[in-house]
Design a protein around this ligand. Sequence first.
Ligand SMILES: Nc1nc2c(c(=O)[nH]1)N[C@H]1C(S)=C(S)[C@@H](COP(=O)(O)O)O[C@H]1N2
Ligand SMILES: [Mo]
Length: 322
Amino acid sequence: MLIRKPADIASSEITPEGTYLDRRRFLGAAAGIGLAAAGGGVASLLGCAGSEEGEARPVTGGRSEGRGGAEPDVVTEERRVTEFNNFYEFGTDKSEPAENAKAFRTRPWTVAVEGLVHKPGVFPLEEFVKGAKIEERVYRLRCVEGWSAVIPWLGFPLADVLRRAEPLASAKYVELTTLYDPKQMPGQRRDVLDWPYTEGLRLDEAMHPLTILSTGMYGKTLPNQNGAPLRLVVPWKYGFKSIKSVVKLRLTETQPQTAWNKAAANEYGFYSNVNPTVDHPRWSQAKERRLGEWRKRPTLMFNGYGEQVASLYAGMDLRRNY
Ligand SMILES: Nc1nc2c(c(=O)[nH]1)N[C@H]1C(S)=C(S)[C@@H](COP(=O)(O)O)O[C@H]1N2
Ligand SMILES: [Mo]
């Protein structure tokens, strides 16, 4: 998947030294959490080294940008993505999560799988991710607020753990829940959202190969402010669907409630597919600004993943099902 083209190798030659050091740190960190294959290391798991900031990369599984989709995306500078966050549990200001999540304890951590499954359970994180094929996915992330980023995630398909749990035939949706711990999460001591943060996907969306649970980014363990230790990434939906610091998956027959839909139903629907033709009630969604850039670029339907996911919504009115 990450076979390097000559062009990419050339760009790696101008990589600042720090990036290589970071990469080595990741090899250690990933081994520590038990994500790396025994002996082989993460580099071999990935097939090569991870993507770097500033590197031109075709996004994984999606249409690349530019005319005719020929222009590859450029990986967003790492510090942009780790210093500017939406993680309301740690504050509503974009600079607050990086500061307030510094001491967040992500071990020990458990993930509960419950609801309409044959094999429910509460699993220590290490067990939950054991056997997962961690790979790098370079995805565009489009926040509903109009900014976007190109992020090299490390993760594995959500489908893998769902299949392992053996959903009952009656299961139609997956609800995901963030940790509730007001002692550690100062934002939860205020009434900004109905805590804990929850999100949901239709089961076919959750099983889609593009949908991943992420454990890392930029070749390293996931920073706390980006949703450590385990975070959903659904690249064709607005960023708020990509719920952070997940402690529970629950399979349901009826459509789960979601934190943002409860907060403002007319602004944030259940589907929240990136759609430049359906405006937010208070602003246009036609364009976006990459973190670190000034110019605006057009937002792509389904964030550029239409070829892979449009069929999930065949026959649906995407204006009503926003
Ligand atoms: N638990 C939780 N998950 C969350 C959020 C949040 O406030 N709490 N914010 C969401 C929003 S609005 C976006 S755009 C992305 C931002 O992810 P990033 O900070 O890693 O870029 O996380 C999403 N996941
Ligand atoms: Mo967002």
